[in-house]
Design a binder for this molecule. Structure first.
Ligand code: PLP
Length: 492
């Protein structure tokens, strides 16, 4: 039999790109029968991954894309540690508890200097929000049962600008989501309307510190005061949760006098993403409860570890330890001073970018000066091109900038958003402005060329010209919505 099969020993002397492994397509549906050499596997996967975007240029995400090499070393050294093995890795457990204490103090939880705070490390804010939401649901049910009242129709009040994980919570844990609608020019939850929506079945009102869409802080203080009043009038006991996924590591450093946290009596729990401005790679979040009483006992599992009681409350069992260790590294390495410096730089770079974007004369900036360091902006005139076109064109320069439409009732507004992270420096900000200018110019040239060739206008086009700016905007966003349907989760 004539065969061209290369023998194993021959394979070993071939270079990777001279071997058959780079020539054959990799199976995509069924596991291959045979093994391949490790260097070939590495090369093939590594090369295919080259087509992913560059995380550092991914301006769509709040999630950390750079850490110090010293911390990378700690992460790699603990990559094989399962966090749940608390008996075996007691130090890791201790580091998590220290992080919980430090973050609780940062949020002004009523705990003494050397008292243990109530909270837990999670995979991210989503898990943290599921846990906090569950605690509220359980507390509310207990109270209703004690009063002999029905407890089968729980609801939660939020703004329509909530991150998708709240919709997940509502659906997974069977709680009705009552959203306060937005309006043009106002893109956060109106506290007055929120309190109006509260009824006897409301398990909590969720406020966002750092709206995902515009970075704006919701007014938790006003919400608290209005709700205190309503509770007094009705005899209800509706609490507040603050979703501080992005703002939890901003406000304490930049706006220490802003009251949004446990200083407000109705705030019973707060979540924050360690992997956003907590400055750790993806995979860590935190939820902190005001006091032990705010976390129903029957949701907590007690693990007896080293003779001591270690309460746990998470959805998952196994998970990595690296992120917890990395969070502890950041907290002690940077300290208050370090976080403040980094966040101040982010704000400063956001300001430069914002000014550059405004200088083009074509955009209106929606993000506020106080809030999360990001720039959200819309086109003043979307008749020639849209923010979706601009986002598309920016891709050519390597930039990944998301464009999306606002939730109800501001659906006709389409915006772009650039998140400023620690690793986005001044020269990158200036270069992005230059590239946006280039894109605008290109679009201008193209639009002129097009209009020069259109001599005879049809009736439809004449009518088009008579449409108001809002109508055109609505039409354009309706068109684009088809493409970006279900994209809410992409804005993270
Ligand atoms: C990012 C974000 C979330 C989800 O957090 P993950 O840590 O990605 O799970 C929830 N709420 C807000 C306001 C966010 O910005």
């Amino acid at each position: 039999m004539i065969t061209t099969r290369v023998t194993d020993s021959e394979e070993n002397i071939h270079s990777t790109f001279g071997s058959r492994f780079v020539r054959d397509p990799l199976p995509r549906y069924k596991m291959p029968e045979k093994s391949i050499p490790k260097d070939a596997a590495y090369q093939i996967i590594n090369d295919e991954l080259m087509l992913d975007g560059n995380p550092r240029l991914n301006l769509a995400s709040f999630v950390t894309t750079w850490m110090e090499p010293e911390c990378d070393k700690l992460i790699m050294a603990s990559i094989n540690k399962n966090y749940v093995d608390m008996d075996e890795y007691p130090v890791t457990t201790e580091l998590q508890n220290r992080c919980v204490n430090m973050i609780a103090h940062l949020f002004n939880a009523p705990v003494g200097e050397s008292e243990t705070a109530i909270g837990v490390g999670t995979v991210g804010s989503s898990e943290a929000i599921m846990l906090a939401g569950l605690a509220f649901k359980r507390k509310w049910q207990q109270r209703r049962r004690d009063q002999g009242l029905p407890c089968d129709k729980p609801n939660i009040v939020t703004g329509a600008n909530v991150q998708v994980c709240w919709e997940k919570f509502a659906r997974y844990f069977e709680v009705e989501l009552k959203e306060v609608k937005l309006r043009e020019g106002y893109y956060v939850m109106d506290p007055e309307k929120a309190v109006e929506m509260v009824d006897e079945n409301t398990i909590c009102v969720a406020a966002i510190l750092g709206s995902t869409l515009t970075g704006e802080f919701e007014d938790v203080k006003v919400l608290n005061d209005l709700l205190v009043q309503k509770n007094a009038e009705t005899g209800w006991d509706t609490p507040i949760h603050v979703d501080a996924a992005s703002g939890g590591f901003i406000a304490p450093f930049l706006y220490p006098d802003l009251e949004w946290d446990f200083r407000l009596p109705l705030v019973k729990s707060i979540n924050v993403s360690g992997h956003k401005y907590g400055l750790v790679y993806a995979g860590v979040g935190w939820v902190i409860w005001r006091t032990k009483d705010d976390l129903p006992d029957d949701l907590v599992f007690h693990i007896n570890y080293l003779g001591a009681d270690q309460p746990t409350f998470t959805l998952n069992f196994s998970k990595g330890s690296s992120q917890i260790i990395a969070q502890y590294y950041q907290l002690i390495r940077l300290g208050f001073e370090g976080y403040r410096n980094i966040i101040e730089n982010c704000m400063e770079n956001a300001r430069v970018l914002k000014e550059g974007i405004e200088r083009t004369g074509q955009f209106e900036v929606l993000s506020k000066d106080v809030g999360v360091p990001l720039v959200a902006f819309m086109l003043k005139d979307s008749t020639k091109h849209t923010v979706f076109d601009i986002a598309e064109s920016l891709r050519r320069f390597g930039w990944i900038v998301p464009a999306y439409t606002m939730p109800a009732d501001a659906q006709h507004i389409a915006v772009m958003r650039v998140v400023i992270r620690e690793d986005f420096n001044r020269s990158l900000a200036m270069r992005l402005v230059t590239d946006i200018e280039k894109v605008l110019q290109e679009h201008e040239v193209r639009a002129n060329r097009l209009s020069a060739t259109t001599v005879i206008k049809t009736d439809a086009e004449e009518n088009h010209a008579k449409k108001t700016v809002v109508q055109i905007q609505e039409e354009v966003t309706r068109h684009w919505k088809k493409f970006v349907k279900g994209r809410k989760a992409i804005v993270c």
